[in-house]
Design a protein around this ligand. Structure first.
Ligand code: 5AD
Ligand code: SF4
Length: 501
């Protein structure tokens, strides 16, 4: 099979050598994705839908299933924006959909298993609706093993496109519509930054804003640097213009997104401008709340802490993935900091931002993790006192260095460690929440509670979920609530006064 991974010229990749599986075959290659070149990243402001694809979706419906992180959710907003520009409207019903896309996540094996299960189920849906275009995009499509598996065993799929190919969707859809073969276009190497793609945002209260793409950290367990390419920062003026526009449209909260936001700006060659500078500029915009995710402890510098300490619309919640409390494990993970560095950073953050709520990600059962090393994670968790955490059992990812490390930790031990870790974390979360009892907190009211439409839910500045009963007209506003009951994952409150309409 001839596989081309260079420049995205469709004509040159029109393939007659793909064993008749795929029409245009640009397959992913983890090896190529690993390379980090010095090429200049260009920013394009001229995204358009090709004339022949304008309006092709009139009267037709699309459905996107999204897996994984907020970056993926935000990509889905862009994909939806492109489809709606072509005339398609959204549906939740797979029987009436003309296009179904799976925007996938590759971070752990169980995320991938879920997608393959769903793709299997799509065979029947496709049988009932042979005109359906079924597509796979997102991080899984960047993995050669996944693409090969789809090519050979999931013939119901019509289209596979990568994380760097989203802007090509109209052209790829056209090809998928007129081709009997599977259309595959996955660039292994990141492309340029495409600025003005349309978006259909999920809500009217909170909005995601990408500040950078990719990751250069190459933690040994992580597939992301391969699936998302090298670090590329959006120009500050473009980020600021987008946040300003969202403020004008009445959004109340912005979440700045990047795989490693603290590395923002390190790739600029013409200006010295980092994440602290960006936050310092964005905080001056009249938008009530600004959050960001996700941080790498290594690049979290003093200037950033100084800016965060200014407070205002920069809320005091910091997600600071630690992954392990053992310096030896951190070294094997190539995290580039030690337990002591991390604790020192936490000390500095707490000193500058006394009410900061710290949250984290932790992996248990990394290859060769000993009982003592796991105990170090537990003691770090106690020492930091996280408000909450995402916890995972290590999942080997093909092509990453850790996947080749000897792993002598049995799965039942990993599961027991996860369970113990969660017990410790939950105990701390409950203690922290109990401290809020009787306190008055400011909430941004996000909507009806997921489990009871008579109850409203909102979040504190620190990101905690609070349920309370009040009039639905308060959705999208800020209210003061007194906390009446605290549980491990949620708080309950009663409304005190309305702060801002
Ligand atoms: N196995 C388990 N967890 C992982 N994460 C990333 N890669 C893996 C893996 N191979 C976790 C990390 C990261 C979060 C987004 O997912 O904790 O911070
Ligand atoms: Fe993965 Fe590490 Fe990059 Fe996070 S910082 S995306 S864990 S490589």
């Amino acid at each position: 099979m001839t596989v081309k991974n260079e420049t995205p010229d469709l004509k040159s990749v029109k393939s007659k050598t793909t064993q008749d599986f795929a029409k245009y075959f640009q397959a992913p290659s983890l090896k190529d994705a690993k390379k980090r070149g010095k090429e200049e990243i260009l920013v394009h402001y001229d995204f358009t839908i090709p004339e022949e694809m304008e309006g092709v979706g009139k009267g037709k419906h699309y459905l996107i299933r999204t897996y994984g992180c907020q970056m993926n959710e935000h990509d889905t907003e862009t994909i939806a924006g492109i489809l709606e520009h072509m005339g398609y409207t959204a549906t939740e019903d797979e029987r009436t959909a003309d296009i179904i896309l799976f925007n996938t996540c590759a971070i752990r094996e169980n995320a991938e298993d879920k997608v393959f299960g769903e793709l299997g189920h799509m065979k029947r849906v496709k049988r009932n609706n042979p005109n359906l275009i079924l597509g796979v995009c997102g991080c899984m499509s960047q993995e050669e093993g996944v693409v090969n598996r789809i090519l050979t065993s999931y013939q119901q799929v019509d289209l596979i496109f990568g994380t760097h190919n989203i802007h090509r969707l109209p052209v790829l859809l056209r090809d998928a519509m007129f081709s009997k073969e599977m259309v595959v276009e996955v660039w292994s190497k990141e492309g340029d930054i495409i600025e003005n793609m349309p978006k259909v945002r999920e809500g009217e209260i909170k909005a995601w804003v990408n500040i950078m793409y990719g990751c250069d950290k190459f933690c040994t367990y992580c597939i992301v640097p391969y699936t998302r390419g090298k670090e590329r920062s959006r120009r500050p003026e473009d980020v600021i213009a987008e946040v300003r526009e969202l403020a004008r449209q009445g959004y109340k909260e912005i979440m700045l997104l990047g795989q490693n936001v603290n590395a923002y700006g390190k790739d600029f060659e013409d200006i010295t401008y980092g994440f602290g500078d960006l936050l310092d500029d964005i905080r001056k915009i009249d938008i009530p709340r600004i959050r960001f995710t996700t941080s790498h402890p290594r690049d979290f510098d003093d200037h950033l802490i100084e800016v965060l300490a200014k407070g205002g619309n920069l809320v005091e919640q910091i997600h600071l993935p630690v992954q392990s409390g053992s310096s030896a494990v951190l070294k094997k993970m190539a995290r580039k900091y030690t337990r002591e560095h991390y604790l020192e950073l936490v000390r500095k953050i707490k000193a500058a931002i006394p009410h900061a709520a710290l949250t984290t990600d932790i992996i248990v059962g990394f290859p060769g993790e000993t009982d003592e090393q796991f105990e170090e994670t537990l003691s770090l968790v106690e020492e930091v006192g996280y408000d909450s955490a995402y916890t995972f059992i290590y999942s080997p990812r093909e092509g990453t260095p850790a996947a080749g490390m000897e792993d002598n930790v049995p799965m039942d031990v990993k599961k027991k460690r996860l369970h113990r870790l969660m017990e410790v974390l939950n105990k701390i979360s409950l203690e922290k929440n109990l401290q809020l009892t009787d306190q008055i907190v400011e909430l941004l009211v996000e909507g009806e509670s997921k489990t009871n439409p008579d109850v409203l839910s909102g979040r504190t500045r620190s990101g905690k979920l609070v349920h309370f009963t009040a009039d639905k007209s308060l959705i999208g506003t800020f209210v003061d609530v007194r906390i009446t009951e605290a549980k491990t994952f949620t708080l309950y409150g009663e409304i005190v006064t309305k702060v801002e309409a």
